[in-house]
Design a protein around this ligand. Structure first.
Ligand code: C2E
Ligand code: CA
Ligand code: CA
Ligand code: CA
Length: 277
């Protein structure tokens, strides 16, 4: 096939293992896609539950593949993570997010952007220096950047991860624990991490308004987090009933389709202009 000709080393692979060859095709395409800037960021608002104020936006990467069309991050981030490609990918995403942060700042509507990091990024001693360079190059203050890391990413190598996180926090960057509740972070470990925010995993939030167990879990996380001085975000807020329960248990920030889907920057601007807290 034309595809096999384009990727001669894969012919054997394709016969042997259709799925892993597909992965390799994506991998070589991804390397090219990053250099051709085919990856784009969408932004999803985070709002203060009490006041309704916009407090930030999470940057979520999408790949506009020339033949496959739109490829969601769950399809290519894991592949990038298995190879070194996650490093240039994260660098690309950070740069794009900071360019956008600068644009918002210059427009007089500053928005704090949150970027997701992978486990391998946390083991990279050079990451803090690279981020410092990107902040300087884009003229953006560290206060406008937030980084989201999962519990499992930290647990890969807690000592090394903590070193990198301490350095990032020392630069004035906000750190957030993503997908909280799905990993095994103990309270003891949490106390020693320089984080300012917990994001409760979507799986506990979706059915919050109707599921008593989920409500109890969320209430406990909010209480635990507040006792540690952390701000609590609920992700996956899809409707007003859920938002109401969250307000009732004292959750600080909400994010989800019920507020807005992730949007390309231009549409995010329209959303901001029309939004009334
Ligand atoms: P995540 O960091 O947990 O991001 C939240 C995901 O939930 C996003 O999916 C978002 O579109 C989706 N979501 C937001 N609100 C709702 C809702 O109300 N209901 C439902 N059902 N879903 C909602 P997305 O954009 O497909 O990203 C999936 C995952 O890919 C992210 O999960 C994150 O782990 C990873 N990812 C995305 N962008 C990046 C990136 O730039 N770098 C890295 N390392 N990972 C990324
Ligand atoms: Ca995230
Ligand atoms: Ca999450
Ligand atoms: Ca997730």
């Amino acid at each position: 096939t034309a595809k096999a000709q384009g990727h001669p080393v894969l012919v054997h692979e394709q016969a042997a293992d259709e799925k892993s060859s597909h992965k390799l095709v994506l991998l070589s395409d991804l390397r090219r896609g990053i250099s051709r800037r085919e990856l784009v960021l969408h932004y999803q608002p985070k709002i203060d539950i009490g006041s309704g104020a916009l407090v930030g936006a999470e940057a979520l990467v999408r790949w506009n593949h020339p033949e496959l069309g739109f490829v969601p991050p769950d399809r290519f981030i894991p592949i990038a993570e298995q190879t070194g490609l996650i490093h240039p990918l994260t660098h690309y995403v950070l740069d794009a997010a900071l360019v956008q942060a600068r644009t918002w700042q210059q427009a007089g509507t500053p928005v704090r952007v949150a970027v997701n990091l992978s486990a391998r990024n946390l083991l990279n001693d050079e990451l803090p220096g690279q981020i410092a360079e990107l902040l300087t190059a884009n003229g953006v203050s560290a206060a406008l950047l937030e980084l989201e890391v999962t519990e499992s990413a930290i647990m890969t190598d807690p000592q090394r991860a903590r070193r990198v996180l301490n350095e990032l926090a020392g630069m004035g960057i906000g750190l957030s624990i993503d997908d909280f509740g799905t990993g095994y972070t103990s309270i003891g470990q949490l106390r020693h991490l320089p984080v300012h925010e917990l994001k409760i995993d979507r799986s506990f939030v979706t059915a919050l308004a109707t599921d008593a167990t989920d409500a109890m879990i969320v209430r406990s996380i909010v209480e635990l987090g507040h006792n540690l001085g952390l701000s609590i975000v609920a992700e996956g807020v899809e409707d007003d009933a859920t938002r109401c329960v969250l307000a009732g248990v004292g959750c600080d920030i909400a994010q989800g389709f019920g507020i807005s889907r992730p949007l390309p920057a231009g549409r995010f601007d329209e959303w901001m202009a029309a939004y009334e807290a």
